[in-house]
Design a protein around this ligand. Structure first.
Ligand code: EPU
Length: 424
């Protein structure tokens, strides 16, 4: 297996360019099949989740050509299969976007229950509620979700009971080809929801209100191919902002949308970090001590749950006591036990984690418990004195492109090493 080895204690200095947004890419690639035509998707991140969702399309009969590192062409004209294989579905959460996309295109879908990071129970009742409201019959047998809409899909009002990114996306995917008007109430407002709506509209769909909590979708009979460039990754950018702040460095992060970074910038400024915003970049620098702060994660525009583990790594060395209250997932603190191995003083009680800042972290051996928990290990290891080995890095590589190159480019000492499977 491969691990990351980090020699910590170096201030990051220089500039990093972020890639396309993972959570937009994994929705937009399935959405491309709705056109029944050829689409070109640009600014894709080079991460394993994008490879897996592309392989799913190939398995369903689409042609996917890689035009460059970050551009693919999807030819969905001759697709014939509506059943996603268990092997591919279990590798990622977003495989379930094939439910909405196949239902919208063909009126039927069979997709095994998805994989992805474990944060406690991850129900999909709101997705199914939406599909049923549009007239689909839903079933679950031997771990495979099946959807059929023999009479075609019909627009409907879908008031979500919880604000769900995944359910909002899946219902949008199915509704663009349904007959009549669909209204999603209590919709999620994340930047990737807006990005998906823009992509669907560029293929001829009629989606309005994305980015607010009511999305209206008027179904269209025909869609067409399009060329579309994905938004920058808010969470990748935020992770490097925190890495710069935690190491006391001075880093400019390029290819970002500053508006998407507001909730993160605000908290970092509260911690004493200096932030300078430009049109498409942001500079993060710190000279004084980090100050403690309290964070509560919320759906957008609140502080993103996908940033709380990285924030914990900064809180670990801030002056005073900080806390994180997790407002989205029931169990997203598995990573805390790993951070403690580096000297982090923390306690978890239910959905609240408390961090008492210490002067120094020390290197050790930790594992990535999930994607963002893994990113927190990287931030903590960059701060820690001595060497840290991070195992189970496949979690991290699902969502961070060229992490080593980008960090080495700003002065970090990090490399990849192959070790035996029983490495302890
Ligand atoms: N929920 C339900 N029923 C549902 C769907 C969700 O009760 O049918 C609950 C969940 O249990 C959770 C809350 O609603 O408590 C929010 O879940 P949501 O559906 O918004 O999450 P998701 O779509 O499964 C996406 C991201 C996650 C990110 C969350 C929240 C993708 C592929 N995943 O997950 O990203 O944490 O939104 O912002 O877009 C990551 O990138 O590391 C990651 C985990």
């Amino acid at each position: 297996m491969d691990i990351f080895v980090v020699e910590g204690g170096k201030k990051l200095n220089g500039s990093i360019t972020v890639g396309g947004a993972k959570n937009a890419a994994v929705a937009i690639i399935p959405a491309a099949i709705l056109s029944g035509d050829v689409c070109t998707i640009e600014n894709l991140p080079t991460i394993s989740d994008v490879n897996v969702i592309s392989q799913i399309l190939v398995q369903l009969g689409a042609k996917v050509n890689k035009l460059s590192e970050s551009v693919i062409e999807i030819d969905a004209r001759n697709m014939d299969c509506c059943q996603v294989s268990q092997e591919l579905a279990k590798n990622m959460r977003a495989s379930y976007y094939m439910l909405g996309a196949l239902l919208g295109r063909f009126g039927r879908a069979r997709v095994p229950m998805p994989g992805g990071c474990y944060f406690g129970v991850r129900p999909i009742d709101q997705h199914l509620k939406g599909f049923e409201a549009l007239g689909a019959k839903t079933g679950l047998r031997d771990g495979v979700i099946s959807l059929t809409a023999e009479g075609g899909l019909k627009g409907a009002c879908v008031p979500l009971d919880v604000v769900s990114v995944g359910a909002t996306i899946n219902i949008m995917l199915a509704a663009v080809r349904a007959e009549g008007l669909t209204v999603i109430e209590h919709a999620a407002k994340e930047p990737h929801i807006v990005d998906l709506a823009n992509f669907l509209n560029s293929m001829g769909a009629d989606v309005r209100g994305a980015g607010t909590d009511v999305i209206k979708i008027r179904g269209v009979k025909k869609m067409h191919g399009a060329t579309y460039s994905i938004i920058p990754d808010q969470i990748e950018a935020g992770t490097y902002m925190i890495a710069a702040a935690a190491t006391g460095g001075d880093v400019t992060i390029n290819n970002i949308i500053p508006k998407h970074m507001e909730s993160i910038s605000k908290k970092l400024m509260e911690m004493g970090v200096e932030i300078y915003e430009y049109d498409e970049s942001i500079r993060v620098t710190r000279s004084g001590d980090l100050k403690a702060c309290n964070v509560t994660t919320m759906p957008h525009p609140g502080f993103p749950t996908d940033m709380q583990p990285q924030m914990a790594a900064a809180m670990a060395i801030a002056r005073g006591t900080s806390s994180i209250t997790e407002g989205v997932w029931e169990n997203r603190f598995q990573y805390v036990a790993e951070l403690k191995k580096l000297g982090v003083q923390a306690e978890v009680q239910g959905r609240v984690a408390t961090f008492v800042g210490v002067d120094h972290l020390k290197g050790g051996h930790v594992k990535a418990t999930d994607l963002r928990g893994g990113a927190a290990m990287v931030v903590a290891a960059l701060v820690a004195e001595g060497e840290t080995a991070i195992s189970e890095i496949y979690h991290i590589e699902r969502g961070y492109e060229q992490l080593i190159d980008k960090l080495v480019g700003v002065g970090a000492c990090i490399h990849r090493k192959t070790v035996s499977d029983d490495f302890k």
